[in-house]
Ligand binder design. Structure first.
Ligand code: C2E
Ligand code: MG
Ligand code: MG
Length: 608
């Protein structure tokens, strides 16, 4: 029924493709005759002309075929999409006109349409005058043409743009998948994919009763290359190491870049003796120096090995133990170590902690306790020191001395320090928000001080947490400065330029204290607790404390005494003109909730 109420006799009809979920977008009615109320009929030629005009106005190509695929009629104005000139198409089959491959695919579609009586579609690519295009063809039986003269309608739509968008989407997805599993710099698998492969290798090894070896490699002093020659040189070294490692392993082995200057090698179905040979091949492939910017660089590597089933039954444990072995190798000044759980009753225990530390950082098991610093002239608390603890799920609270000395020579110290700084500055922000601004002191390790990224990291974290620079203090040790004075000085100078307060921790335990004191841009000296705690009973220590206070004051620096455990010591420090006191007598380092209670109490006491 048409809009005007007249009856339309729809002889042929077909669905146009393009609707979602296979539902046609609209129906195309091929009107051969219209019959009005009085029975007047439009002449067939006029009807045909109107139909021709209607179909030609579509972007789609419409053809009428017989059941052998022979072209009977063409309705289209767009010759640029016709692979064969229209004059050469009529009377020929699809196969004759367009060749074997496409012809065959249409023949198959026609068979299905004739069998099912329902329309079918398929996609194909063809060169036409407009270029190489993708098409979606749809074949439908023409209603009313049943019997020996069965006719079919072929509707062809140009889907090149849609196809290109689909392909771009597929490529983007593939790229994302690749990025999630591969390292962008070297093209090697990353930690996630490596872990996955270790798991697969272990599953196969369990089935086949095989051995698997995992190697962890860490380049020695790579940081120096990065810091002195720049990141581009560092990147080149990493790429070259990746290339060389790929050459010394077999087809089934996997090499991965696990982060920074760390690589992993998985040797499936490999007995330990063979793995040891791979280790020596790895070392010798790096013997020849790597030339970057015309500079020959000698790259040493520390390698740790853990083997299945002896050293661990799952991927996590095996990788962790290979990591531990690598740390052992590194502590022994490079070379190679295999995982030993029984070598030393204490050491492996502590070392295995290091393997767990990365996960602990991600799980947020590392917490800060805060120890207040008492201003001796006023009795107020205006500053605290942040001290790290590891809330281990099995072992309880682990003090920093049990894990920091082990990580501080490895790349892990960087994310660890970043984490501590962020946590401390968040806390600082929270005190500000509660109207009680408090300065927080954060300890730095030796390796942090040669990290050229440290100043910008600190600046970012201050900005992100909205903390003014004078509320942060960084504690450094003399020995850290002495170890590499040149580079340390550059980092400290940048921090000082940013106006970050710098404090020399454990003062008096280093060697060349006095010389460095005058040359470094420091604001504060912290007298080591070994002099302070027993100064009341040790005249020698009292002399050290007194002269350090004098020295600091004369140089215009603030001075803090740590390890104040008694009222006597506190009083003596006040008499000597020490600025701040920190120690168990004032308060032990406290978790934040306890510190807040303590601060509230001490504030009410000082106002009484
Ligand atoms: P430190 O910076 O010299 O910290 C002071 C240490 O002395 C703390 O030990 C503190 O608990 C302890 N202490 C404070 N008052 C007294 C006292 O009256 N008597 C005695 N006997 N000890 C007192 P803690 O927390 O075990 O930290 C040990 C060291 O670990 C720190 O020494 C610091 O060098 C390092 N550390 C702590 N947190 C971090 C951190 O976040 N990063 C780095 N790199 N090192 C850290
Ligand atoms: Mg300290
Ligand atoms: Mg100290």
């Amino acid at each position: 029924m048409a809009a005007g109420g007249c009856v339309l006799d729809v002889h042929d009809r077909m669905a146009l493709p393009g609707g979602s979920g296979g539902v046609p977008q609209f129906w195309l009615g091929v009107v051969i005759e219209t019959i009005d109320g009085q029975g007047a009929t439009e002449a067939p030629q006029e009807s045909e002309a109107r139909l021709q005009a209607l179909l030609s106005s579509l972007d789609d190509l419409v053809f009428e075929l017989d059941e052998n695929g022979t072209y009977l009629k063409i309705w289209t104005a767009n010759d640029a999409l016709l692979a064969v000139p229209r004059g050469e198409l009529i009377g020929r089959t699809h196969r004759e006109a367009l060749g074997e491959e496409i012809g065959l695919s249409l023949a198959n579609v026609i068979v299905q349409v004739l069998e099912t009586g329902r329309s079918q579609f398929w996609e194909y690519c063809l060169e036409v005058p407009a270029g190489i295009r993708w098409f979606q063809g749809r074949v439908a039986p023409i209603a009313g043409s049943e019997g020996p003269l069965r006719r079919l309608c072929l509707l062809v739509r140009d889907i090149t743009e849609q196809k290109a968008a689909e392909q771009a989407r597929d490529r983007a997805e593939e790229q994302l998948r690749h990025q999630a599993l591969y390292d962008g710099l070297t093209g090697l698998p990353n930690r996630t994919l490596f872990h996955d492969r270790v798991e697969h290798a272990l599953a196969a090894a369990r089935r086949e009763n095989e051995e698997v070896a995992v190697l962890m490699l860490d380049l020695d002093r790579f940081k120096e290359i990065n810091d002195t020659l720049g990141h581009a040189a560092g990147d080149e070294v990493l790429r070259e190491v990746a290339r060389r490692l790929s050459k010394v392993t077999r087809g089934g082995d996997s090499i991965a870049r696990l982060g920074g200057d760390e690589f992993g090698v998985l040797l499936p179905n490999t007995p330990e003796t063979d793995a040891a040979m791979v280790v020596s091949r790895v070392s010798s492939c790096l013997e020849e120096s790597i030339v970057v910017h015309d500079l020959p660089l000698n790259i040493d590597v520390s390698v740790g090995l853990a083997a299945f089933p002896k050293d661990g039954g799952d991927a996590d444990l095996l990788m962790q133990h290979a990591d531990v072995a690598m740390y052992v190798a590194k502590t022994a000044n490079g070379g190679f170590a295999r995982y030993e759980s029984s070598a030393d009753p204490h050491k492996p225990d502590r070392l295995s902690l290091i393997g767990e530390l990365r996960g602990a950082l991600e799980r947020g098991e590392l917490v800060l306790h805060y120890q207040p610093q008492l201003t001796l002239s006023t009795g107020n608390i205006m500053a605290v020191e942040a001290l790290l603890r590891w809330q281990h799920p099995q072992r309880g609270l682990i003090p920093p001395d049990e894990f920091i000395p082990l990580v501080q020579e490895t790349g892990l110290i960087k994310p660890l320090t970043h984490y501590v700084l962020d946590l401390a500055l968040r806390q600082c922000r929270s005190w500000m928000d509660h109207g009680r601004p408090m300065r927080v002191a954060v300890n730095l390790a030796m390796r942090n001080l040669i990290d050229a990224d440290l100043p910008s990291d600190v600046a970012d974290l201050l900005r992100l947490n909205g903390v003014p620079v004078d509320l942060l203090e960084l504690e450094i040790t003399e020995s850290a400065v002495i170890a590499d004075p040149l580079r340390t000085k550059a980092v400290l100078a940048r921090l000082a330029k940013m106006r970050v307060r710098l404090s020399v921790d454990d003062f008096g335990t280093g060697y060349s204290s006095l010389t460095y004191l005058t040359r470094l841009p420091i604001d504060e000296i912290k007298i080591d607790r070994s002099f302070v705690t027993d100064m009341s009973s040790s005249p020698d220590n009292e002399v050290v404390v007194r002269s350090t206070i004098d020295l600091a004051r004369n140089l215009g620096k603030q001075v803090v005494a740590e390890g104040v455990e008694t009222a006597d010591v506190l009083q003596r420090l006040e008499e000597l003109g020490c600025h701040l006191a920190q120690g168990y007598y004032v308060s032990r380092p406290l978790p934040i909730e306890e510190l807040d209670v303590w601060l509230a109490k001490s504030a009410s006491l000082s106002t009484v």
